[in-house]
Ligand binder design. Sequence first.
Ligand code: MRU
Length: 368
Amino acid sequence: MKINNKNCQTIWLNENDNKIVQVFDQRYFPHEIKVIDLTSSDDVYFAIKEMVVRGAPLIGVTAAYGVYLICLEAQNKENPNEYITNTCEKLKSARPTAVNLDWAINEMLTTLEHVNTTKEKIAVALEKANAIKNEDIQTSIKMGEFGLEIIKEIARKKNGALVNILTHCNAGWLATIDWGTATAPIYKAFLAGIDVHIWVDETRPRNQGASLTAFELNQQGVKHTLIADNTGGHLMQHGLVDLVIVGTDRTTKNGDVANKIGTYLKALAAYDNHIPFYVAAPSSSIDFSIADGVNNIPIETRDENEVKYIQGLLNNEIKSVLICPETTPAVNYGFDVTPARLITGLITERGVCGASEEELKKLFPEKY
Ligand code: MRU
């Protein structure tokens, strides 16, 4: 996807030194486009924890390159294997909800298991991280193609009139490597000439909708309107939403979906108004080890200051301002769980299926 008309991806290796991993510092979008170097496992831990990079698939790919950096560091350690195991465990703890973090680190460790020397491990880790990255792009493209059929069908029923799609948080290309998860069908529909318009939830407290989704849709030229998080229900009651598509940080075996806080409320409103509610769920974000989500998915609780302060541009400078009495306590749950019964379907890289164990089993029999 494009930034200032230049094709970009969210993570890459420095072209002169492949020991430097580079990413956009997403804390500054849309006001500043900053690139940051990740040269150590501490850098990667910080980038994931502090949301320099975020979004389940990008967290996973960044962690995969993190394991490559860990292997480089292991060269100078007395017990390299112990160092790799322990540092990977620490990296896994950076953010608890997105299962892609665990998934990617486990994929890397399984690949490295039978590689003997640290030197060989470095080469194999780099190759595997590149493969996970490329696989993520292909996954997004496939989800885009399957999701496009859903949008096409709505456009057909509306005789080609504008299709209004609501999305929450940022499940766009900035949350992946390219194309996005929830946005992949949107970009495919836009490129196919379907008239689409996106309602962008601002997504408090970190405002990933306002600062990231609005930014990337704007950059690709897709029609969109920013709304306060509480607006979706009203729009749905008045026939202004044809479809909801969101992403996921962890989907359980029975189709329950953990996604950015506030997703559940949108699903309830969509259900009440008979509006299709789809989740774009790459298999890297499906946790086949958990039976159901509401009580079993670890929900990240973040710093209360993310709720008490809001960040924006003032006189050309990025500022943070307090929006409540300084001593008011706040609580900051990062995610909530939408029960499978409220979900019309899961858009995966293998096709679209119902949100249930029975349906998921048909697409991913090897996982059961
Ligand atoms: O806290 P974030 O910004 O990492 O949360 C991101 C989301 O909740 C996304 O919707 C989810 O990761 C799916 S992204 C493709």
